[in-house]
Design a protein around this ligand. Structure first.
Ligand SMILES: Nc1nc2c(c(=O)[nH]1)N[C@H]1C(S)=C(S)[C@@H](COP(=O)(O)OP(=O)(O)OC[C@H]3O[C@@H](n4cnc5c(=O)[nH]c(N)nc54)[C@H](O)[C@@H]3O)O[C@H]1N2
Ligand SMILES: Nc1nc2c(c(=O)[nH]1)N[C@H]1C(S)=C(S)[C@@H](COP(=O)(O)OP(=O)(O)OC[C@H]3O[C@@H](n4cnc5c(=O)[nH]c(N)nc54)[C@H](O)[C@@H]3O)O[C@H]1N2
Ligand code: SF4
Ligand SMILES: [Mo]
Length: 859
């Protein structure tokens, strides 16, 4: 076994430390790093299965201009020429970068320096606009700086944790594990505020099914209730807060949809829990009133003095691994580097530090407006790095259109054929996780190193290097003559002196002169300490502001779109699935884009569980598999954001989303979109197993990774063209005309199955799990395969629950029947839940169901 390298997970903002041991050319063993403060050895399913995603499959290995592979010099000359030309003919504002919280701090720093400092436009925005911008704006309004005022350790000491708009068990699973531990050990209470009954909500002490965007009304009402009960901290308000006159009188009651007795319980819990942490994420941020939601949460903490001390604080969780680092180096169009703004003094300081007389003068276009300007032709050059906006932006069809019209589209990505890369004139191969080297900052301001484990794939290069090579071609040699990522980090660290000069707290100056060796060995460290605002808030008078916020006016709704569409994430997939979609284990949790709908809405619209439905908004139509779900409130639907044209026929959700944004932050409202639904009744349904990914031209399809190929679910109206769908080769076939059933096996030269198709018009399709396992077995019996089941039935272990140890539901239920009395006991008997822990919520649910069934049976 090779050397063990300490690095950081490339997925969520928890920022877990990983120990990676090289085991072969591109094969690696991953474990959690017990010494990392973010996870202390824990990992979730996505981190655990990283090894399955580091192969060369799908990678962009060479620079491409159109469909032609070219050398780096040609590609870089071409990008620089396009940029130079655009600036010369149309001015700097015709150029834009759209970057990502998945870049490393060093990449982000040079991208921002090039555009804002040397091209002279602030038209650089990031996908963090879709993710964190409202939290940023709320922090700036309340604290005077974009700063998270607490730390993970506060979770360990809290009496009460509120989760607002966060499916933590799925999206920040290691924070979830920390919360579970606090509940077990200290009896910490947990409240989930989410319109949807998520897996996280099911496990809470109290679920508050707030109306969509009812959070401002709810938090205002809670604050009024605290005032009524005398639970405010008058001394803290007096010493540390600016309170606008009449603030508490203006807390009018609004509509949050919570029954009075449930509201009273919540208010009681809060009043009795001086140590309270409120964790919030996209249910708060991704809203047309996201900034106000952030401030409503912060107001409650300030007014009750629940901040700047152990076990307390309003805590915005970051989504991407380096969303926080990007904010620090000024990746948003609305900030300059080092938490500075656009005042005369701040601009002058940045301009002097960079020796950049041409520094941009005012904030640039925020993501939604930026793509509008691409569409209108005001922007004529756009360089997209580490993000897939053709899928993830609101009104994604419009964004796609904008990119089709734009004369210069450059994409830096690891993957060759993302929906966005397909629209690029120039594609630049970027090094990915395991290849690149640099730093990231997590949710609690801990900076950690990502370190290279493998050599770059093909000709891939580091993002910072690609940007600097273009900058030098534009004539900015001196400003971009960095020798490596350590060199960039030193310059950035030195620049944070400007933060202190302008009364801010971000301070990395201790690293300004660090040696390459010290950078190489950097251990994770937190800037600002556990409670960075404890000695005073970074405002001129040291006080935080209570910001008056009002419930938003209900938008006028067209009767054509009576339902509300909510969108979000699945446990084991990451965004547009370019990496997690390569893992068979991760793909087994959810294989298709599902429309979650309440039983009443399903019945009213003729939708059946397992059938299909279109979701229609004013911007587009997409098609999903129907999942009738008791946890959905009537009138509200939920679909995942993950599916793309590369892995589905019509499951792309971004094109349904309206481009409405929060007036303060510019963040889009992804979670509350007016839509309608229609049942879709295909004439046939099928599933197909292939070795290569199939891209059929049918009404509905979704493909997902299995150990030995791909599983594609299909449905359609027209007769299906088998020759287009199936590979060449000898076939075995069974048909049952009465039920419209057709089953086909296609063989390769070695006589092994190369493809299997199961199609039906009226009947039931066989169990996928068993067939998927047989597809990996060269000795599989063709008779059994076409029958869709074994000749002698083997015990069915049911759908996989624990993806790490491959344990099925039936095995777990059997363990419970035999007396396993808690989740740990199930683990001891079956191994389920003993590795990454992501399935522990399902285990507790199975336990609860099965135990109550056993009890009923006994009575
Ligand atoms: N598995 C997985 N984990 C991830 C990611 C991933 O792609 N997959 N992505 C990472 C990233 S970048 C991010 S930003 C985070 C996101 O992490 P989360 O914010 O936890 O994830 P989401 O599923 O987007 O949305 C959270 C919840 O907000 C709820 N919600 C919707 N509307 C409202 C509302 O009006 N009020 C309230 N209170 N709640 C509402 C939704 O029902 C949903 O359950 O996850 C990170 N972690
Ligand atoms: N409907 C809906 N839409 C949403 C959301 C939602 O909740 N609902 N959430 C929004 C949020 S919070 C977010 S954060 C966005 C995420 O949306 P995106 O950022 O568009 O999604 P990803 O799939 O993470 O895209 C990252 C891309 O970068 C590539 N990549 C990975 N590492 C590197 C690298 O080191 N260098 C380079 N150059 N490329 C790399 C990957 O292959 C991938 O193509 O989606 C937003 N869109
Ligand atoms: S919680 Fe999971 S996805 Fe997030 S950083 Fe940790 S291992 Fe990675
Ligand atoms: Mo995000």
């Amino acid at each position: 076994m090779g050397e063990t390298i300490c690095t950081t997970c490339p997925y969520c903002g928890v920022g877990c430390g990983i120990k990676a041991s090289l085991e072969g050319e591109r094969s690696v063993r991953i474990t959690g790093d017990p010494a990392h403060p973010a996870n202390m050895g824990r990992l979730c399913s996505k981190g655990t299965h990283l090894a399955e995603t580091v192969g060369l499959e799908g990678r962009l290995l060479q620079p491409m201009i159109g469909d032609e592979a070219v050398g780096w010099d040609t590609a870089l000359d071409d990008v620089a020429a396009r940029m130079r030309d655009t600036i010369k003919r149309y001015g700097p504002d015709a150029v834009a970068f759209y970057v990502s919280g998945q870049l490393l701090t060093e990449d982000y720093y040079v991208a921002n320096k090039l555009l804002k400092g040397f091209v002279g436009t602030a038209n650089i925005d990031t996908n963090s606009r879709l993710c964190m911008a409202s939290a940023v704006a709320a922090h700036q309004r309340a604290f005077g700086e974009d700063i998270v005022p607490c730390s993970y350790a506060d979770l360990d000491e809290a009496d009460l944790i509120l989760l607002v708009g966060s499916n933590t068990a799925w999206c920040h699973p290691v924070i979830w594990q920390r919360i579970e531990k606090a509940r077990d050990e200290n009896g910490t209470k947990l409240v989930v505020i989410d319109p949807r009954r998520t897996e996280t909500a099911e496990l809470a002490d109290l679920h508050i099914p707030v109306t969509p965007d009812g959070d401002v009304a709810l938090f205002n009402a809670l604050l009024a209730a605290m005032a009524e009960r005398g639970a405010l901290d008058d001394a803290f308000l007096e010493q540390h807060c600016d309170v606008p006159s009449g603030f508490f009188d203006a807390l009018e009651a609004g509509s949050h949809g919570i029954a009075p007795d449930v509201f009273a319980r919540l208010a009681e819990l809060i009043a009795g829990s001086p140590r309270m942490v409120t964790l919030f994420s996209q249910g708060a941020n991704q809203s047309v009133c996201g900034t106000d939601k952030g401030n409503a949460i912060i107001n409650l903490h300030l007014a009750t003095g629940r901040i700047n001390r152990p076990g307390a604080g309003p805590f915005s969780m970051t989504g991407q691994p380096n969303a926080m680092g990007g904010r620090e180096v000024g990746g948003l169009a609305s900030t300059l580097a080092c938490h500075l703004g656009f005042s005369e003094a701040e601009r002058a300081a940045v301009s002097e530090f960079w020796q950049a007389p041409g520094l941009c003068e005012s904030p640039g276009l925020k993501a939604v407006d930026l793509f509008r300007a691409v569409h209108s032709g005001d922007i004529k050059f756009v360089w997209i790095m580490a993000t897939n906006p053709a899928v993830s932006m609101p009104d994604a069809a419009f964004v796609r259109d904008a990119l089709v019209k734009c004369p210069n589209v450059v994409v830096s990505d690891m993957i060759a054929d993302t929906d966005t890369a397909k629209l690029a004139h120039v594609r630049l191969p970027a090094m990915g996780w395991g290849e690149k080297d640099g730093t990231v900052t997590n949710s609690e301001r801990v900076i950690s190193r990502q370190r290279a484990i493998f050599p770059p794939a093909g000709e891939a290069r580091a993002d910072w290097r690609i940007i600097c090579d273009v900058a030098r071609r534009l004539g900015h040699d001196e400003a971009f003559a960095f020798s490596g990522s350590a060199d960039i980090f030193r310059e950035y660290a030195a620049m944070t002196q400007l933060s202190a000069d302008h009364g801010k707290l971000l301070d990395l100056t201790a690293w300004a002169e660090c040696s390459d060796a010290a950078y190489a060995e950097m251990a994770p460290f937190q800037w600002g300490g556990r409670h960075p605002c404890a000695a005073g808030f970074p405002t001129p008078d040291g006080k935080a502001a209570l910001v008056p916020v009002r419930e938003p006016q209900p938008a006028s709704r067209s009767s054509r779109y009576p339902l509300t569409l909510n969108t979000g994430r699945y446990r084991d997939q990451w965004h547009t699935m370019t990496r997690t979609g390569l893992s068979a284990k991760l793909s087994s949790h959810r294989r298709e884009p599902k429309l979650e709908v309440s039983p009443a809405d399903a019945a009213a619209n003729g939708l059946t569980h397992g059938g299909f439905a279109s979701v229609i908004s004013a911007h587009g139509t997409s098609c999903y598999r129907v999942q009738v779900n008791e946890g959905q409130t009537d009138g509200q639907l939920f679909v995942p954001m993950h599916f793309t044209d590369a892995n589905s026929g019509a499951g792309r959700t971004g094109k349904l989303i309206h481009p409405q944004t929060d007036p303060h932050s510019g963040q889009p409202g992804f979670k509350n979109v007016p839509v309608t639904i229609e049942a879709v009744q295909p004439e046939w349904r099928a599933f197909l197993l292939t070795r290569e990914r199939a891209v059929p031209q049918v009404l509905y399809w979704a493909s997902s990774r299995i150990e030995t190929g791909w599983l594609t679910e299909l449905a359609g109206f027209d007769t299906i063209s088998l020759d287009e769908l199936l590979p060449q080769g000898p076939r075995s076939e069974v048909n049952d005309m009465v039920r419209g059933m057709q089953r086909i096996a296609v063989f390769n030269d070695a006589g092994e199955p190369a493809a299997l198709l199961y199609l039906t018009r009226t009947g039931v399709l066989p169990d996928r799990d068993w067939i998927v396992r047989q597809f990996a077995n060269p000795q599989a019996s063709i008779g059994e395969l076409l029958a869709g089941r074994p000749a002698t039935p083997t015990p069915d272990t049911g759908p996989t629950v624990c993806v790490c140890h491959d344990v099925g539901e039936a095995t777990i239920v059997a363990a419970i029947d035999e007396g396993a009395e808690d989740v740990d006991a199930i683990g001891r008997v079956t191994c389920a839940g003993t590795n990454c822990g992501s399935c522990r919520p399902i285990l507790s649910r199975l336990l609860e169901h099965q135990q109550s069934r056993l009890k009923e049976a006994a009575e």
